[in-house]
Design a protein around this ligand. Structure first.
Ligand code: NAP
Length: 307
């Protein structure tokens, strides 16, 4: 598998020509990103004349970098930490998803304008669409999202699009929780009423919960022994409930190990990462992206990294 991935990457590099269009991921730092591996594998398989590279850009240079990418005719780019929110006012237009989440992870060209969207919402939703909650119906279901950062906002927008009946958010910072709840009020295009609470609220909420989403970094490599909730919270979830950890290193996290031990359906963040990437590539190229190849490239890169 590693050999095959290297061959695909070589093909994509040797195919660079005077006509090759630029794609990339803009962040600081960005050297650790697995997006180039995923995207270049898909680009090689599709035979399109593009290359996807890391774009290290310091916050002070963000506006200049966007203008520069416009000047050289780049096709589009992903945006990661720390620019996901700061880039929004620098773009000509935003989709309802980007407005709802308050962050942009994908930028594409509309003529000479840069437009932003947030494909984390589609990525978050992808693995849930094949599943049913206990009771069989998302409208009658309650979800809890742990955390109040960017991934939590994408998860809330995703739950809203899925039609989840009640969305609860647990966070450790009351001011940030209040700001998040206020952000999801009208005129947010994906406005939704949220119930918020601190970590102590979880014990009372657990038995009503069909979907528990970890949108904090607790348990992420290298802090692999940590978990965002104690096993007794997971054990109190109803039969058939889903535990969804947005983290993809390690696989599985301590949270998902405890969820599996409690008999819950466990989903990690790999598919979200694959599907947000596939949605971005499909937007840039105007054709379906080979998500299966992107997944195998990602999994091979994760295996090589030992994370
Ligand atoms: P973020 O914006 O920094 O938000 C992190 C949130 O977690 C904040 O609400 C933070 O609380 C909370 N938090 C951090 N440490 C905590 C702790 N010890 N106890 C309780 N809460 C804690 O980060 P993000 O971009 O949302 O990312 C969150 C996670 O999602 C990361 O692990 C990231 O890798 C993952 N993610 C995965 C994907 C994917 O494609 N699979 C995409 C995006 C993100 P405070 O506000 O109080 O600091």
């Amino acid at each position: 598998m590693a050999q095959e991935t290297a061959k695909q990457a070589d093909r994509s590099v040797s195919a660079i020509a005077g006509t090759t269009r630029l794609l990339g991921v803009m962040g600081d730092p960005v050297a650790h990103s697995l997006s180039p591996v995923m995207h270049n594998r898909a680009i090689a398989a599709l035979g399109v004349d593009c290359v996807y590279v890391p774009l290290p850009v310091a916050a002070a240079n963000l506006a200049a970098a966007i203008a520069g990418l416009g000047a050289i005719g780049a096709l589009g780019f992903n945006v990661t930490i720390p620019h996901k929110q700061a880039i929004a006012p620098l773009l000509a237009d935003l989709t309802p998803e980007a407005r709802a989440v308050g962050a942009v992870n994908t930028v594409w060209r509309d003529g000479d304008r840069w437009c932003g969207t947030n494909t984390d919402v589609a990525g978050f939703l992808a693995p849930l669409q094949a599943l049913a909650p206990p009771g069989g119906d998302w409208a009658g279901a309650t979800a809890i999202v742990l955390g109040s950062g960017g991934a939590a906002r994408a998860a809330i927008a995703g739950c809203r699009q899925l039609g989840v009946g009640r969305i609860r958010v647990a966070g450790r910072n009351g001011d940030r929780l209040a700001a998040l709840a206020a952000q999801f009020q009208p005129p947010n295009p994906l406005a939704v009423s949220l119930e918020t609470g601190d970590w102590d609220a979880l014990a009372g909420w657990a038995s009503e919960t069909a979907l528990l989403v970890n949108a904090t970094p607790v348990g992420m490599h290298p802090q692999v022994a940590a978990a965002p909730v104690a096993p007794d919270i997971l054990a109190a979830l109803p039969s058939g409930a889903i535990a969804y950890d947005l983290i993809y290193t390690p696989r599985p996290t301590r949270f998902l190990q405890a969820a599996a031990a409690a008999g819950l359906t466990a989903i990690d963040g790999t598919e979200m990462l694959v599907q947000q990437g596939a949605a971005a590539l499909s937007l840039w190229l105007g054709q379906p992206a080979p998500a299966d190849l992107m997944r195998s490239a990602l999994l091979a890169a994760l295996a090589r990294s030992g994370r």
